[in-house]
Design a protein around this ligand. Sequence first.
Ligand code: ZN
Length: 385
Amino acid sequence: MLPQPYTSMDTHRVTLGCFVLSALELLGVLDEVVSEKDRKDWIEWIYAQQRTGFVPATTANGKRTLPHPVEGIYGFAGGPFSGRPYFGEGEKAVAACEYNVYDSSHLTMTYVAIMTLVLLGDDLSRVDKESILQSMRRLQLPSGCFVPCVTDYQPDMRFVFCAAAVSHALNDWSGVDREAMLSYIRSCQGYDFGIAQCPHQESHGGSMFCAIAALGLLGGEALHDQKTILEQQQQQQQLGLDQAPLEAQLSRVGLLDKEATIKWALMRQTTGFQGRVNKPTDTCYSFWIGASLKTLGAFEHVDYDLNRGFLFETQHPAFGGFGKWVDTYPGKFLRVEHNVMHSYMGVAAMALMGEPGLQPLDPLLNISCRTRERLERETVFWKKE
Ligand SMILES: [Zn+2]
């Protein structure tokens, strides 16, 4: 059972675990404080949350071979909240993961579960990649945006990021229409060149991170902008030079005006960062906007001293960890679960600034650089034969 203040988070229990383990990893103590037994048990527990389309049928070489029995949405759920029995390892455990429409996976939980498995040293060999890719094709909308699952229709930028991160982890982008994804990200940039969750909404630091990280993971020209292309086109025109087809060039980039987007992000720094114009400074935005600026190559323009000063002020002297605001702590103003998230984000924001004693953070996947290296070197989808 989760502690009482966390019970409403039962549907994304794996996320709470990821915040805790990832903070320990950034502090450089994960291997030291997690026993081998706990590590193995937690890996089994995470795999028990996988919703797989495969019927467990073991062949001589131990592989599951039967086709998908139902057209479901596969991946990971955030916890056993529906009351499924937990069998640990073995064939019975795989059977318990069979798809049920009322207890399907969630795209964010799939991202978090995969990252946590890598954090714990798993090689992802039991991740049902084909089912996840098949599901992502069904979760992407014609606009290019994603919904996280079929029973919870809320398309926005958060799930664009999750789809990009899962595709990167599986080293396979065949579950995503990348051109449509780029088009959606462009459509969420407004008159101020910040980035919103959905078209015509207010620019927001969290959706900015989701969009910028997705562009970084897409790679290629995704992080470039249309304004620069149009300026180059104009120059070439004046010089009478041949020009590449404009439409094709514009469709390959994810930003409208990179410089203006960077300016919007930098303007959110007060001491730490606010998530939107005129909102209070909040610990987590030192990460959301900090990581975006890092990816955009403009993090050196952040005032480190002010940012660090604010983050230190949100640390609780007795409980430890970071709060959302100065003078917040479990039980005061906010429910306690916000502080597990903000505690992780505080450490992550410090890691972005290269704070001594912290491991370097990858600003695209939001895991330590060491974990990303392990993902790309030791997991089955990346390993070179
Ligand atoms: Zn926050």
